[in-house]
Design a binder for this molecule. Structure first.
Ligand code: DOR
Ligand code: ZN
Length: 360
């Protein structure tokens, strides 16, 4: 369980008890399909205006036509009265056709393309093994300014799981960027100071998303005092110094960093399993968690940049006109699980009380 912060740990007393920010967007989200989609979509749509929707369904979303069909299923699952715009992505495979990508982008059917190295995580078997095979697609994307969202981990068995992000930057990402000038890249869910430093130094064509949970947990929270499967995700949380680097990046206001929750629902029994699934479901309480984190770091004035301004700027989209109001008070209650027709999904437990409520 993450350590509960207390005034004795040096967190300043809050200066304010209401906060109004532009309505946030989630720049990395898993919505799934069918019964799961129906259950989790309202959890995001309640607080977020838009989300970049991951394409790792089974089978994956690989063509413009797939993306259009998936977007229609999402809109059909959206409860009446909720306003939410899914921003669709294509799953890059070695067979992806550059012209299909360009056409889908031109029609507004997709906002980005997602690169999963093959086998890196949940439903990534159709990902990329030979990066030379996707070169024509990457070149077309650079030409039309379409962002590439990257799951930045190598998969080689001999590379330690805690080193996979740092090795990916050196061995895969940097060579791709050097050989494809102008390619716009979002390094998603960065978990290391290596990722922070690479993005911060990378200029206008690269940004990094950071999840809510990687700002809160480190690898001890997964492994100390018993194994905590609900804190297991990929990329796996790293040591404390990396978590602190992520906190500094997120709360700095630097336009290169913005929120991508990577909220990734799995049924509770498949997380609490001999081979538990990777993914943390945080959609339900993400904004309350983030307000708490930014308050702990005396950076509430930077929350809006992280959740609502930096993402649209990178994606060259307008910021949301609507606002959300958060109020500080007695600890917020939120459900421990979200029920789906197939069983419960456990909600992320930050390990400390949350005082910021999102006003309905
Ligand atoms: O923890 C994760 N879960 N990481 C990913 O990259 C995929 C995701 C999922 O789809 O469950
Ligand atoms: Zn993800």
């Amino acid at each position: 369980m993450p350590l509960a912060p207390s005034p004795s740990m040096g967190y300043p007393e809050p200066m304010t008890d209401t906060l109004t920010i532009r309505r946030p967007d989630d720049w990395h989200l898993h919505l799934r399909d069918g019964a799961m989609l129906e259950a989790v979509l309202p959890e995001t749509a309640r607080d977020f205006a838009r989300a970049i929707v991951m394409p790792n369904l089974v089978p994956p979303v690989v063509t413009g036509a797939d993306a259009i069909a998936y977007r229609a299923r999402i809109m059909a699952a959206l409860p009446d009265g909720m306003d939410f715009t899914p921003l669709m992505t294509l799953y890059l495979t070695e067979e992806t056709d550059a012209d299909d990508v360009a056409m889908a982008a031109q029609e507004g059917a997709i906002t980005a393309v997602k690169l999963y190295p093959a086998g890196v995580t949940t439903n990534s078997a159709s990902g990329v093994r030979d990066f030379d095979k996707v070169r024509p697609v990457l070149e077309k994307m650079a030409e039309i300014g379409l962002p590439l969202c990257v799951h930045g981990e190598v998969t080689a068995a001999e590379v330690d799981i805690f080193d996979r992000e740092a090795v990916f930057i050196d061995k895969v990402l940097d060579p791709i960027r050097r050989s494809t000038p102008g390619l716009r890249v979002v390094m998603e869910h960065i978990t290391t100071s290596n990722g922070v430093n690479y993005v911060a130094a990378g200029g206008d064509d690269i940004a990094g998303t950071i999840t809510t949970h990687h700002l809160i947990i480190n690898r001890n929270d997964i492994l100390v005092g018993g194994i905590h499967p609900h804190y297991y995700c990929l990329p796996v949380a790293k040591r404390e110094s990396h978590r602190l680097a992520l906190r500094r990046a997120a709360t700095s206001g630097d336009a290169s960093f913005f929120l991508g929750t990577d909220s990734a629902p799995h049924l509770t029994h498949l997380k609490e399993h001999a081979c538990g699934c990777a993914g943390i479901f945080s959609a339900t309480n993400t904004l309350s968690c983030l307000a708490e984190v930014f308050e702990q770091d005396a950076a509430l004035d930077k929350l809006e940049a992280f959740t609502s301004l930096n993402g649209p700027a990178f994606y060259r989209l307008p910021v949301n006109e609507e606002t959300v109001k958060l109020t500080r008070g007695a600890p917020v209650t939120y459900p421990e699980v979200i029920d789906t027709a197939d069983g419960p999904v456990t909600v992320f437990d930050p390990g400390f009380p949350l005082h910021w409520r999102v006003e309905p």
